[in-house]
Every structure is written in structure tokens, then in C-alpha cells.
Design a protein around this ligand. Sequence first.
Ligand SMILES: Nc1ncnc2c1ncn2[C@@H]1O[C@H](COP(=O)(O)OP(=O)(O)OP(=O)(O)O)[C@@H](O)[C@H]1O
Ligand SMILES: [Mg+2]
Length: 377
Amino acid sequence: MKPFLIKLALNNVILEDEFKQAVQEFKTIDIIAELDQQEADLTVFELESESDLDRIRSYIKNTEDTEVFLLSGNSDPQVLIKAIRMGVNEFLTLPLNPKVVNDSILRFLERQKKRKRETSETSGEIISVVGSKGGVGTTTIAVNLAVTMALARKELSVALLDMNILFGEIPMLLNISPKYHWGDIIKNMDRLDDFFLSNILSEHSSGVHVLPSPRYLDNQPVPPPSAMDVLLDLMIDRYDYIIVDLGQSLNETALKILQRSELIQIVTIQSLPCLSNANRLIKSFMDFGSINKGKINIVLNRYLKTGMVTLANAQEGVGKKISWVVPNDYVTTMSAINSGKPLSQISPRSKIAECFNDYVGKLLPHEKKEEKKWKWF
Ligand SMILES: Nc1ncnc2c1ncn2[C@@H]1O[C@H](COP(=O)(O)OP(=O)(O)OP(=O)(O)O)[C@@H](O)[C@H]1O
Ligand SMILES: [Mg+2]
């Protein structure tokens, strides 16, 4: 995952430490040394004498996409005006005030966000995973789909959102202990911005960023559709793919997510009641949500060739072609759940792990997506 790079071109080690300390709270940035070959998003210079201005001016000319901050003990307005004319983005007077540094970094992140928005051609895609019944494997599908996508293409940013209204199990399946959940976002909608969101999501070792659901019956409000709109706006701006485990929640908010999804995966198993539920779900989504049938996929999970209901029967029951067949593998899925690891880690050569790889290979565009998103952490 790629954070913003800040290059410190400071000759003074103490000043360097002070700057690093002032920005250590930001998870979205990385500090690199002056000699680092990577192109920085921001370079920080110290202006010791006016003669430094020429060096900085030519640096700004040669690095169009890099912002420049100037630290100086000299707050002479003439110098300040020269610096601004040269294209310096922020001028911070010494001694450094951590609050001032903090605010300037927030403004820098805000400008980057705006720039990325303007240059990004398309927004991220939402893929919702819905269960046709409880226990059919919705969470297993959502979690492993997200992880497989993130591992298949390192340049993609993938988020996983748990919309099971209560007791979502994603953190358990990924063995992570997130501090926050979407209930925290709903309670703090007025504070919701990139920075807040970046602190709320937890990163799994695969690179997937997880937003879990509340873990306790603690008067958690169901997120209203309007709040979900704001959250999704931010997320699609920041991620290439947002996988949503909708479980079986089919309230107004869930409908909002489904309407905004590019792809809806309805998970079913080889049982007639489940297939019939899947059929009714498709109809309901189309009738009440004006959702296009073309973006609905049927996932037949826990498929057994020897099952009483054949693939053809299943297709007939659902009234739609089955797009993805996931084999039955109780041992691997159970040990994945119980050890908090994705299927690809528990048993990379198993049929089920390969099935996820094959599917993701077909799902992802063949050409590498432009790295339009910046990555967090
Ligand atoms: N392909 C599979 N083969 C065998 N067992 C599976 C498969 N997928 C999931 N399971 C098993 O099904 C059970 C339920 O899985 P999971 O929690 O993913 O379902 P769910 O639909 O999200 O359940 P809930 O309704 O409780 O949220 C687990 O014990 C899991 O091991
Ligand atoms: Mg579940």
C-alpha cells in the first residue's frame, strides 16, 4: 500500500526529528530521506539564508508534481513573498510549532485528495455479497473474494465493509482486532473525511482495509441511507474495489448499497428453499430497487457434484445462469474460519482456493488498472 511520501531535505538533524515527531500521528504518510530516489509528494526544505532560494526555485521547476514546504527562522515578509511567488506551498516559521505542522499536513492531504479526485477517471466499484439464507457462506465468499483480489493485484486498493447489522464476523475470519466499526462513523458523521476514515479502517496483512460492524448490542443506530451515501462516496473515491458483506440485511440502507453496486453476488447452496429465496431476491431487487438483472450474479456455494439438486436444477430454480460455482470444502473453510486466515493461506493448492483465484482472474480487468488511487498506511 502506497502512502504519501514526504522528503526531508533538512541539514539539521534536530529539526528533522521535530518534524517527524509532529507528523507521527499521520498514517497516510511516509518520511523518506533527501537522497531517496523515489519521487516525493512533498519536499521540506530549510531556508537558512536567502541564497537557498535559488536552489529551491530550480527544484520546484524540475519537480512539477511535488509540493514544497519551507521552514525558516527568517519571517521577513520580503522572503515570504519571494517564496510564495516561487510556488512554495507552505511557509513554516522556526521554532517549529507541532500544531502548525499538523495543520499544514492536513491542508497538504486535502490538496492531494482534491488533485486525485480531479485526475481520477473512474471511481471504485462496489461488489455486494448477499446471502439467500443465513449460514450459506456469505461472509466466507466476501472475505476471500476481497483477499484474493488484493493479493492478485498488488496495485489495487480493496476495502471490505461488513454490513451485518450486528455481530459481523469479518474480524474473526481475518484475525484482526479493529478498534472501530461503522457505528463510530455514524455517530461522527460531521467529522467524516478522508483522514477520519483512514484512521477507522483496519488493515489486514493481505492489504485489504476492513470496516467491521459493531460487536455489541450497544444502542448502535442502523446507518441511514443518506449516511451510507456519504460513506460510499468517500470509499469509492479512495478504493478500487469495495466488497460489502450484506449478510441478509435487506433494509433501506442495504438497498441503497445494492443500487450503488456494480455487481451483486447472491450466495446460495444446493437446497431448494435457498434457490427459491435467491429467485425471490432477484425479483425483489428488480421490482423494489429498480436494479438491473444483468448486474446480479448467482454464486452456488458448497457445490457437491453428488448433490441431489444438479447444477441444471439449481439454475432452473433460481431462474438465472449460475455465474460462479464454489466447491464444498468443509475442512478448509472451517480451519480458515477457526484460525482467522484466508483460504489462500490455509490451503493455497486446495480446489476452493484455486476456485477463488480463477474467478478473480476473470473478474478483474485484464489490463492493469491505472494506479488512480493513493493507498493508505
Ligand atoms: N464452500 C464451502 N464448503 C464447505 N463449507 C462452507 C463453504 N463455505 C462456507 N462454509 C461453511 O459454512 C458455515 C457458514 O459460513 P459463513 O459464516 O461464511 O456463512 P454466512 O452466510 O456468512 O453465515 P451468517 O448467516 O451466520 O452470517 C461455516 O461453517 C463455513 O465453514
Ligand atoms: Mg456472515
